[in-house]
Design a binder for this molecule. Structure first.
Ligand SMILES: Cc1cc2nc3c(=O)[nH]c(=O)nc-3n(C[C@H](O)[C@H](O)[C@H](O)COP(=O)(O)O)c2cc1C
Length: 178
């Protein structure tokens, strides 16, 4: 298996971070990785709000009732989209977030994808970003990514570990064998 596929297996959600900061150099690598994710019609509707401010992180942790890792993470990145640019802003954002997670893994950092639409708590977190970080009204906050140096170890996935062959269909839905 090539290194690239090993990277996919090594990516795990990390929710414990050491006090070590994330360098701006590493941050730039993550942002660069996000920026080259696929985007329908190459529209690129995303914005990134890099949050290091402790007060703002505390507000997000409070809104989401997620403690302590939002506050522990030296960087919380809010991945945002401008829906006026493309209808697929949410899909574009998901691709960018996955690139951030993979790049973080490659750098030896840990990261957690946190928050998504549909819960009241998420709406409160988004509200906090509009009021406290001046995110414009027309911009949607898609999710947060907590980033830091890992303070927990998670094993890489084994080959086939999450692959459920019952969910793979060949030509016809009821044909589930090669
Ligand atoms: C859309 C989306 C939202 C998620 N939201 C959260 C979240 O709010 N909090 C969290 O701790 N993890 C969140 N996760 C991470 C999942 O919990 C995690 O991917 C899953 O448990 C599998 O673990 P793994 O990432 O180590 O493979 C989210 C993942 C996705 C794709």
């Amino acid at each position: 298996m090539g290194n690239e596929l090993e990277l996919l297996r090594k990516r795990r959600t990390i929710r414990k971070f050491t006090a070590e900061d994330v360098s701006n150099q590493d941050l730039e690598v993550l942002l660069d990785a996000a920026s080259i994710a696929p985007s329908r019609l190459d529209r690129r509707p995303l914005h990134y709000l890099v949050i290091r401010d402790k007060g703002l992180k505390a507000k997000l942790a409070e809104a989401l009732r997620v403690r302590p890792y939002i506050e522990q993470a030296p960087v919380v990145m809010a991945v945002c989209a401008d829906p006026s640019i493309t209808a697929t802003w949410e899909l574009d954002a998901s691709a960018a977030i996955e690139n951030i997670l993979l790049a973080a893994t490659a750098l030896g950092l840990g990261a957690a994808w946190v928050g998504s639409k549909g819960s009241q708590m998420w709406e409160q977190a988004v509200e906090a970003l509009h009021t406290s970080a001046a995110v414009p009204a027309g911009i949607v906050v898609v999710s947060l990514v907590c980033i830091g140096h890992p303070d927990e170890e998670k094993r890489a996935y084994d080959p086939g570990e999450k692959l459920d062959w019952q969910r793979v269909h060949f030509d016809q839905w009821d044909k589930i064998k090669f």
